[in-house]
Design a protein around this ligand. Sequence first.
Ligand code: SF4
Length: 408
Amino acid sequence: MPQLTIDIGGRPGIDCRGFCEYCYFKHAKGVRAFGCRHCPPFKVGCDYCTRSVQEASTGFRDLRSVADETLANLQLLSGEISRVTISGGGDPSCYPQFRDLIELAGSMEAPLHIGYTSGKGFDDPAIARFLIDQGLTELSFTVFSVNPQLRKRYMHDPSPKVSLQVLEHLCGEIDVYAAAVVLPGVNDGEELRATAEWLEDRGAKGLILMRFANQTDQGLILGNAPILKKQRVQSVAEFRDLVTAISERYRLRVSGTPLWDPAIGSPFAILQEPELIERLPRLQKRATVITGTVAAPFLRRILDLAGGGCPVIAVGKEIACLITIEDLKALDLSNLGETVIIPGRAFVHDRDAEEVLRADGSERLVVRGPDTLTADGETSMGMQRQGVLSLEMEHLAELIRLINRYGR
Ligand code: SF4
């Protein structure tokens, strides 16, 4: 059944009542186009890798044009709409005509979903009832902490108590997924336990913990590292342990990003299912697979179990989808084979990747791999284990088929 997305535009930080202290868009510089899988062959830079990735926009779109576009999109869809999602670069709760917007979305008479809100725009507790009456069924809400002082200090929420009242009401009636960027020493420890307990008591569906990144190798690619000077950052292993500890202590579902969903065993839950790995196609050719440091050990094991012979090389970036040309430039080319697979979503233009990976004079074949190989905690939170395993099977099989087709 078709789904409808209502894009309200807006700029992170600016159209959400000021930057949260930890916002990844803070201090973002107008970086040059990265290049990506969407770019045309002879041009580095497209709308996605220049504008969308930086969420560059001129502000919230006015309600009239949002309504016109929504009605036009509606006419293109046939059948009953299964879901209406409100999304944008800015925070929907801060949209100037928020109630009118919700009435517009509610008039579709389909379950309504707000893709992301910090709740900073909620100044009236009655908004919760209004949202439910208009058909809101699911919401992702950045809670950060249920301590109003921390919300005020780190999110610059002008009315943190009201935001929490709204969150509390919604938790009791609809599916709420809360999210918190974890700043060690600020909202972890006792504060995080209090937040998880509060959410569990109120009936939240889940809590997504996000490891704070403060360096380029941790994923800040907008030229804006560090976001918070002197802020301690957890290692990936420390973060994984924290996710495990919180999930074991509370009944609500807890997952983490960039990794670890204890309920599912992802990323790469397939490693716990040897019979599924047996069903993957066997490797018959050889290629070098480039990825990030988080995925590399998992992927190495899977490819070894699928026949082996394919080196997996991690660049100096934790997350494969955030690999840029600088990461490829830093590779020792003597370690690469004749065919190299780069991550599907890497922010690199195909032409640039070829130029850099052939800089030693070897005519390497550079191939873009699948867009994703597993589900991170944000994605898996709304999924069942079977769904994650199917997704991994499908995309890993695609990767192996690519190696068998283009490898040597
Ligand atoms: S609400 Fe989200 S987008 Fe807006 S400043 Fe905070 S972290 Fe950034």
